[in-house]
Design a protein around this ligand. Structure first.
Ligand code: ATP
Ligand code: MG
Length: 279
């Protein structure tokens, strides 16, 4: 297997007094080019897990490996070069006074020749469809546009892995859709691996695989179809189900025989369209 991230039995306590570890014996791996969604209730350890992957915290036990590097003091900067992170609040991520300055900021530490820097900024903005906004003030953009600029800042650094920690949660539906589409396009073009921590079920449904966290533990792992089929258990955990699954569940409760496999919205429309009640 072409593993790019391997997490092996890691645990973490923020403080000595913590009765419950923020991470408790978590293991999983991610293949190159894969999109993983991490879901779970508030406080279940999702962000802590993301921090463990790029070395913002040091697990008390277990190992983390990113690309060829074991996570340790010596390799931490090589690992951070491989992993880019986008956070929740688009307004906390800006340092530049124009969009292009902002995207250039991360590159400035890399000591690239100026022409190459300009070229990389242009390329990155083009990839997230924000080139025409290059000279604008970041503060004047919509939430979705701000997050796309944040993504460009990461793309310019050419990482192997992009971690989105609730990066769409403060956006309106249009902004979410726009950011999600951007991530998909960038992922395909750059062959990135994506880890998206999310409460948004459409975002989770876009993943190849979903990990479910609860109380610091990884309690489930599967394809979106497999995970969504846990229906009521997910609702108990405070997670919303995709609309077609909710519809299926109420149809089932009214005694209608619904398909057991996961259906997208289009799939559900198709099924309803051809449904024969006399069967
Ligand atoms: N800086 C910190 N200091 C002490 N405890 C913390 C700190 N950050 C998180 N915790 C605790 O660690 C546990 C896991 O938190 P974490 O932020 O990883 O959860 P999460 O799944 O990302 O939650 P959310 O959905 O709210 O973002 C929680 O019990 C939380 O209170
Ligand atoms: Mg979090």
């Amino acid at each position: 297997m072409n593993e790019i991230v391997t997490v092996n039995q890691i645990s973490y306590h923020y403080t000595e007094e913590d009765a419950r570890p923020a991470l408790n014996d978590v293991s999983f791996s991610i293949n190159k080019g894969e999109w993983i969604a991490i879901i779970g209730p508030n406080g279940s350890g999702k962000s802590t897990l993301a921090k463990a992957i790029n070395g913002l915290i040091e697990p008390s036990g277990g190992e983390v490996k990113v690309g060829p590097y074991e996570l340790n003091e010596e390799n931490i900067w090589s690992i951070r070069e491989m992993v880019g992170m986008v956070f929740q609040n688009p307004d906390n991520q800006f340092v530049g006074s124009t969009v292009q300055d902002d995207v250039a900021f991360g590159l400035e530490n890399q000591g690239l020749p100026r022409e190459e820097m300009v070229e990389r900024v242009r390329e990155a903005l083009e990839k997230v469809n924000m080139l025409e906004f290059a000279e604008r003030e970041p503060a004047r953009l919509s939430g979705g546009q701000k997050q796309r600029v944040a993504i460009a800042g990461i793309v310019a650094l050419r990482p192997d892995i992009m971690i989105l920690d609730e990066a769409t949660s403060m956006l309106d539906p249009k902004g979410r859709e726009e950011v999600l589409r951007t991530v998909k396009e960038v992922k395909e073009r750059e062959n990135l691996s994506v880890i998206s921590i999310t409460h948004d079920i459409d975002e989770a449904a876009s993943a190849n695989r979903i990990l479910v966290m609860r109380e610091g533990k990884l309690i489930k792992e599967g394809t979106p179809e497999e995970i969504f089929s846990y229906g009521d258990q997910l609702i108990e955990m405070g997670l919303d189900l995709p609309f077609p699954e909710k519809l299926k569940s109420s149809l089932k409760n009214s005694g209608i025989n619904v398909p057991s496999e996961y259906l997208t919205e289009e799939g559900m429309v198709e099924w309803l369209w051809t449904y024969d009640s006399k069967k």
